[in-house]
Design a protein around this ligand. Structure first.
Ligand code: BDP
Length: 714
């Protein structure tokens, strides 16, 4: 081989690669997410890195390994400012990076997708049992450089704690995104499969960099269209793009498809024709997408069809699909987000809080081995703060996955800065006490407590067609944090924030600390002005504006008053034995923490108790004064966020800085609006003045209601 020519060819490829990359992001617009790979400014550091990265050695034709090699090449080229040659073997050379898939002793302790990065004799080796492991290792190595960690004695071993690490897109056939606040859907169904948007690949890169290995591309309120041959071809085109990144595609299914699409008289899961229809459909899916991941099902929830329409159970429905899936590798993910309309009125102890537990725990042990039940983190619905779902711990024989919501449906859309890692961690670290102290939700989700055969963490995606993917630039951190925690839930929220800041916003130390502090406090600030002390669901129809007075709907549990239960005596939902007794769904140790209103931690107080307005709380303040304090200080804290953000201006890209500043201004306006809506409305029950030092709102209740009504207009 002519080495000179080969070298020239490599250099040319690198040049093209760099140009292609540069062309996609001429200015800082957030498109590159945390994979910016900008030149490391510190020359000494750069040179030190360069000494360890003189070449990349990688051989074979495995597409995922090739992805790893290409990403390393791209990343190093950007970070070090020079082309790094790729060799098929290191031979005697040292000073480079070797990628290797090995089942040798070195990798024995690794999970299939785990990686090891080690330095030996001036060579850095990234090894994994599978090429996916090596890919995750390559991203981990790049992260080391991006966050400027030393490489010389690098020794990193990491395996994912959860097997299925997935995004759930609530994307519709018409390109809209349910609860999406970042433009339209990423998937251009009308262009696929012929035109494959280059953006799909960047989406895959971002996910692979975090270890996300699955994506459900369509809404859980599913269209049967995705089960047609026409649409399966489109989905297959996406699968082709994602495959080299170790990502499988999944589809949400419409349970009534046998009827609406198949022309059958029924969709009864025990009907032989229905079973055959699904078996044939799954076969067709696998003929089109051989490594298809599986099916996600929302059934008998919020009007979606399901097995209960035929007097069958969730297990009957899930097992029918599992049977169809039997010849293949795929899984059936069955959601536990269910509640019946009748639940709210027909029994005095009825409580939506209890619905999932009531419907699912009797089915424990009845689900097929291919089924995972996917449970939202809280019992109600992605509220800014919820206690953990009492299903966790109560289905030891059924693999339970957890579903978080990354998109900010109840966290201020794309105008509020809310860093979600503390919310995710709060739930994961909560102790269920099912097997005594230390039985955390995380230990259930990662399978260690009940020895689940399958483990899953899903996040409802916040990515859309917005140039910066997530609308709010800071919301990228939520996608990032979800992925990092799905890989390793023991990482701290702050460590993840700092990592993301260093890779995305700035490497200035002071600014990093300031931004990390801001992010870490942002969720509590939001809760304070939005739903303090355990309030929930005060939303208008679109889930944007405050509407705590909303008392009319087709269903009582779709009103705000159902949740907060404000009356002349007090506020909050009594879920003790004297009320709905939802607390009985938790173990005694958990119950004990929450059942006495005098000792129940304030963040959960109104979740479980109806508290008199003048009751003195553990803070020393009465309920009314405590509420006002939270609403006012919460809204004032957004001013503080604005001031802090202003201080980091010199360290952050001007366009990104201006974007976040503007959104913070909106957030401040809206925080005051939330505060005013709540205090003026609650005051009509509490009949107390606004306590000093807080000033009475400038507007009256009617004026706030008029403002909200704008958002309810057609
Ligand atoms: C609710 C959303 C609704 C979803 C539902 C779900 O408002 O759009 O369809 O959750 O998770 O929070 O199924």
């Amino acid at each position: 081989m002519n080495y000179k020519l080969a070298g020239g060819f490599i250099a040319l490829c690198l040049l093209l690669l760099t140009n292609a990359f540069a062309q996609t992001s001429p200015v800082e617009d957030g498109y590159r997410l945390w994979l910016k790979y900008d030149l490391i400014g510190d020359v000494a550091k750069r040179q030190a890195y360069a000494r360890s990265a003189q070449f990349i050695a990688s051989s074979g034709t495995d597409p995922i390994l090739k992805t790893a090699t290409r990403e390393l090449q791209l990343g190093l080229q950007g970070l070090l400012g020079k082309a790094i040659p790729v060799l098929t073997s290191a031979g005697n050379r040292t000073g480079g990076i070797v990628l290797t898939v090995t089942t040798g002793t070195d990798s024995q302790s690794l999970a299939p997708e785990g990686y090891r990065i080690s330095a030996n004799n001036r060579t850095i080796t990234i090894s994994g049992k599978t090429s996916a492991g090596v890919l995750y290792g390559a991203f981990a190595l790049l992260r080391q450089l991006q966050t400027q960690q030393p490489l010389e004695a690098i020794s990193l071993t990491s395996s994912p704690k959860v097997q299925f690490r997935m995004l759930n897109h609530w994307d519709n056939v018409d390109g809209s995104v349910e609860r999406g606040y970042a433009g339209m859907s990423l998937w251009k169904w009308y262009e696929l499969p012929e035109r494959v948007d280059p953006r799909y690949r960047d989406y895959a890169r971002a996910n692979a960099s975090l270890g996300i290995n699955g994506t459900v591309v369509n809404n859980v309120n599913a269209s049967a269209r995705f089960m047609t041959a026409e649409y399966l071809q489109k989905v297959a085109a996406l699968a082709d793009v994602f495959r080299p990144y170790g990502i499988k595609v999944y589809l949400s299914v419409y349970f009534a498809a046998p009827k609406t699409l198949g022309g059958l008289k029924t969709s009864d899961p025990l009907d032989p024709q229905v079973r055959k229809w699904w078996a044939d459909k799954v076969k067709e899916i696998y003929q089109t997408i051989p490594d298809f991941g599986g099916l996600l099902v929302k059934a008998n929830s919020e009007g979606e069809p399901g097995p209960q329409d035929y007097g069958r159970t969730h297990a009957d429905g899930a097992n029918m699909l599992a049977e169809a899936m039997k010849p293949y590798d795929g899984v059936i993910i069955w959601r536990a987000f269910v509640y019946k309309a009748a639940d709210t009125s027909d029994r005095p102890t009825a409580d939506r809080f209890k619905a999932a537990h009531e419907e699912f725990t009797p089915l424990d042990g009845q689900f097929d081995k291919k089924v995972i039940v996917q449970v939202k983190n809280g019992p109600i619905d992605f509220q800014p703060r919820e206690p953990f779902s009492p299903l966790f711990g109560n289905m030891p024989k059924t693999p339970l996955g957890i579903e978080f919501q990354i998109t900010q449906e109840y966290l201020g859309f794309a105008t509020h800065m809310v860093y979600e890692a503390p919310l995710f961690k709060e739930c994961l670290e909560a102790d269920t006490y099912v097997n005594g102290k230390g039985s955390t939700v995380a230990s259930i989700v990662d399978g260690s407590l009940h020895r689940y055969s399958k483990t899953l963490m899903a996040g409802v995606a916040n990515a859309g067609s917005a140039r910066n993917w997530t609308g709010h630039p800071m919301a990228q951190a939520n996608w990032y944090a979800f992925g990092r925690l799905a890989w390793d839930h023991t990482l701290s929220s702050e460590a993840i924030a700092r990592e993301w800041i260093a890779m995305t916003l700035t490497q200035d130390r002071q600014a990093t600390s300031r931004i990390a502090n801001l992010m870490m406090k942002s969720r509590d600030i939001y809760v304070d002005y939005n739903t303090p002390i355990g309030l929930s669901r005060p939303w208008s129809g679109v889930h944007f504006a405050p509407e705590p007075w909303q008392n009319r709907s087709s269903r009582p549990d779709w009103t705000a008053v159902y949740y907060h239960r404000a009356d002349s005596l007090g506020l909050g939902f009594d879920r003790t034995a004297s009320g709905s007794n939802a607390l009985a769904q938790y173990r005694p140790d958990v119950r004990r923490q929450w059942e006495d209103p005098k000792t129940c931690p304030l963040p959960y107080l109104l979740w479980f108790h109806h508290v008199p307005w003048t009751q003195k709380l553990s803070s020393g303040k009465t309920l009314w004064t405590e509420l006002c304090t939270r609403f006012y200080t919460g809204a004032d804290s957004v001013r503080w966020m604005q001031q802090e953000w202003a201080l980091v201006k010199p360290a952050v890209d001007p366009a990104i800085h201006a974007d976040v500043s503007a959104r913070l201004a909106t957030q401040h306006k809206e925080a005051i609006w939330w505060r005013d809506a709540w205090v003026l409305y609650l005051q009509t029950f509490a009949k107390e003045p606004i306590p000093a030092p807080f000033k009475k709102p400038d507007r009256n209740l009617e004026e706030v209601q008029q403002l909200v009504n704008i958002y309810l207009l057609r």
